[in-house]
Write a protein that binds this ligand. Structure first.
Ligand SMILES: NC(=O)c1ccc[n+]([C@@H]2O[C@H](COP(=O)([O-])OP(=O)(O)OC[C@H]3O[C@@H](n4cnc5c(N)ncnc54)[C@H](OP(=O)(O)O)[C@@H]3O)[C@@H](O)[C@H]2O)c1
Length: 367
């Protein structure tokens, strides 16, 4: 039965929801390609599911067809994104669909990629396949927001994150831990979904962070470490420096310190000599452009107060996660305050949602 607002039945929606869940689960882990979910249904029975492979290949449709436990001839295929129709590193998915005599294809939204954009619809139609698009379109547009931004703007999708105490302290040398273990899990999930994580050498030298994803079994999907380090102040004994390997670290700098440059380059870090502007800082937009070119599509910024403020003031976060604990921290010895709440409340008011993780409160903002 179709609902009044569109022409899709509740069963169609159920299958597409499953396809969306499959795509969501692999999001951030498919390299240059978008994460797609696919479900194949024959006589009201799911005969296969597929996701885009890690790194972007094989495509979800290919995986789903391959995994069918019944002949897919005459089946319906539900795909979150328009199937590809051009020869790249793999043959077009439209060809695979036609070859396997799938009789109906439901896809949610057109691909934004110029090679594809809407062309699959007519290719499939011409081959007598019943094609419908627009099923759960809103949900898909939400899922592919970062992919659309990547392709349109040639920039990474940028997520900011900060943890603060009830009295807005982000660092205290009296107590290092601010939020709880469940919040830590969400932080590591964000690291898993991003291919780059940015901090300054200031924070790196104080906190000596690992910057890795520590969800069990996912360490190999840790993001690339991106360090802003104008004067090459980075501590060579830090965990990040000790664990440089296979181009997992990018350092933006503006310094003539040859000894440090040589040391870091020899270790395998990718050093980028970045000009500074009049106010003696890097132009963050230019840095984002360079990061996109080296394959960073989703960037997590775990800045201290100053870096976070720079991003917020320029409205360069697409999303921002504020983790707030229910405890006050003592304002003794050394401590750092979070000073940008007013920017979040004025410039990031398109979307705001709250939820609790134990006693911590998480607020997500979107600009
Ligand atoms: N609770 C949390 O979520 C969290 C997260 C990260 C860090 N922290 C804490 O925050 C504290 C550090 O905060 P912070 O505000 O002092 O440091 P920060 O924001 O991490 O870094 C500030 C420094 O980074 C450099 N910087 C910032 N924007 C830049 C740009 N556009 N171009 C080039 N360089 C730029 C500046 O260096 P110059 O001074 O050389 O100009 C500046 O002093 C640490 O104690 C750390 O523990 C807390």
């Amino acid at each position: 039965m179709s609902t009044k607002r569109d022409n899709f039945s509740s069963k169609d929606k159920k299958y597409m929801k499953l396809a969306l869940d499959l795509a969501r689960a692999r999001r951030g882990l498919t390299g240059d390609n978008p994460s797609v979910g696919c479900v194949i249904v024959k006589k009201d029975k799911i005969i296969s599911i597929g996701q885009t492979g890690y790194g972007g290949r094989p495509h979800a449709e290919h995986n789903a067809i391959l995994n069918c436990f019944e002949d897919p001839k005459g089946s319906k295929m539900y795909i979150t994104l328009e199937p590809c129709n051009h020869y790249g590193k793999t043959p077009p998915c439209t060809k695979n669909i036609i070859k396997n005599k799938i009789s109906e294809v439901y896809y949610s939204i057109d691909d934004i990629d110029v090679k594809m954009k809407g062309k699959s619809y007519s290719i499939l139609k011409k081959n007598n396949i019943n094609v419908k698009k627009g099923l759960l379109k809103k949900e898909s547009l939400n899922l592919y927001e970062s992919y659309y931004l990547n392709r349109k703007k040639k920039l990474p999708y940028v997520i900011g994150k900060i943890a603060l105490s009830k009295n807005k302290i982000i660092y205290s040398d009296v107590s290092k831990k601010i939020t709880n273990e469940i919040s830590d899990k969400l932080t590591h999930y964000l690291r898993l979904k991003c291919d780059g994580i940015m901090v300054t050498s200031e924070t790196l030298n104080i906190d000596n962070p690992k910057l890795s994803c520590r969800l069990e079994g996912y360490a190999q999907h840790s993001p690339k470490r991106i360090i802003l380090d104008k004067n090459l102040k980075i501590d060579l004994k830090s965990y990040v420096v000790k664990s440089i390997k296979n181009g997992n670290t990018i350092i933006f700098y503006n310094s003539n310190n040859k000894i440090k440059k040589n040391f870091l380059t020899k270790k395998g870090a990718f050093l980028i000599n970045q000009p500074i502007q009049k106010h003696r800082n890097f132009d963050l937009k230019k840095i984002l452009k360079k990061l996109y070119l080296v394959g960073i599509k989703n960037l997590l910024v775990e800045g201290g107060d100053k870096l976070t403020k720079s991003f917020l003031q320029k409205r360069m976060f697409n999303e921002f996660y504020m983790f707030k604990s229910s405890k006050n921290l003592l304002k003794e010895n050394k401590y750092v305050n979070f000073t940008s709440s007013y920017i979040l409340n004025t410039k990031y008011d398109r979307y705001k949602t709250n939820f609790k993780l134990g006693t911590d409160k998480i607020t997500i903002y979107k600009r």
